[in-house]
Design a protein around this ligand. Structure first.
Ligand code: LMR
Length: 327
């Protein structure tokens, strides 16, 4: 007689052999639109991971906070509900890696060349190593770009931001940056920014053009000033236990896919931001103002004191290492 127990046993066996043929699934959650430097690079990685592992790995990309918002996604990674993320470097403080906030210091990088001296050098590696005791492995730095301020009033000098409420990412350095300008910082999840701007919960925000354009923030902001005052980019991270538990050959193939995705990300980031700036101007909804050299200097003078103020949080040593690497 075919007993219930036997049925369960048969099913169990079938289940195991079926499982053996199942691809390893990597859930990759992020908060921006697909058509952004990060969104496109995530898709690129998914495609190459599938190809290089010959289907042994299936990367499922969840864009636009569809799976998790900023804070939740980091928790999800730690408990293993997702395997891969690429949060902005401004969002590592809650993970206990305050050193990452060095990237948020205003005017610490003049351009992408300065940035790469850090992300692709010794300092970048040292920063990634700080994540390991927290059960997280850092795989790569992916570029986005330099931030501009948007609001509903013209901003030609630092005083023009005074008294205004500005949405920031959850970074103490960014909080201090806004306070130094006399503005009122408000940390909000990325998915909430458009609505907060639209309803007047905040007056302005800061982001690279690609994020502003793809979230349609320019439709609810009358002015942008191209201060390029700070950098916004990403670290691609995985749950360390998951990563270390992968078969060595598969891990090697994924490392190769990540290397290619990183080259791709860093080759499109500037171009994408330049294109999205043009699209914002063409929309006619926002006035984009490029400060004169003197106006830029005034912003820089106002904001550079933030470096000293945040030294005790970030660590004087890491700040010095970045200064040294960028010349
Ligand atoms: C933001 O919250 O403004 C950005 O970190 C979003 C992103 O991932 O680029």
């Amino acid at each position: 007689m075919f007993s219930k127990v036997a049925a369960v046993a048969v099913l169990g066996t079938l289940g195991t052999s079926a499982y053996a043929q199942q691809p390893i699934v990597i859930k990759f959650s992020h908060v921006v639109a697909q058509d952004t430097p990060k969104g496109l690079a995530a898709e690129f990685f998914a495609k190459r991971a599938g190809e290089l592992t010959k289907g042994k790995v299936k990367v499922e990309v969840y864009a636009n906070s569809t799976l998790y918002k900023d804070k939740e996604e980091v928790e999800a990674l730690q408990v293993g509900a997702v395997q891969m993320l690429a949060p902005s470097l401004a969002k590592f403080g809650p993970l206990g890696a305050k050193e990452f906030e060095v990237f948020d210091l205003p005017y610490i990088f003049d351009d992408y060349k300065d940035l790469h001296a850090v992300t692709q050098g010794k300092v970048g590696q040292e920063l990634m190593a700080k994540l390991e005791p927290r059960g997280i492995k850092g795989l790569a730095f992916w570029d986005n770009g330099f931030k501009v301020f948007s609001a509903n009033n013209p901003m030609k000098k630092p005083e023009d931001l005074k008294g205004k409420k500005f949405r920031i990412q959850s970074s103490k350095v960014l909080e201090e940056q806004m306070r130094t300008l006399g503005a009122l910082p408000q940390a909000l999840a990325f998915s909430e920014v458009y609505q907060a701007l639209q309803t007047g919960v905040v007056d302005g925000q800061e982001n690279p053009y690609s994020n502003i354009y793809t979230q349609k923030m320019h439709e609810v902001q009358s002015h942008i000033t191209e201060t390029n005052h700070g950098y916004l980019g990403y670290a691609v991270i995985v749950n360390k236990k998951f990563w270390d538990g992968l078969p060595a050959d598969v891990r090697g193939q994924l490392e190769q896919a990540m290397k290619e995705a990183t080259d791709y990300a860093n080759s499109i980031a500037k171009k994408k931001n330049d294109e999205d700036k043009k699209a914002i101007i063409a929309s006619g909804k926002t006035q984009v103002y490029v400060p004169t050299a003197a106006e830029r200097l005034a912003f820089k003078k106002a904001l550079v004191p933030v470096h000293k103020k945040m030294e005790s949080r970030i660590g004087a040593d890491i700040i010095k290492q970045v200064y040294d690497a960028t010349g």
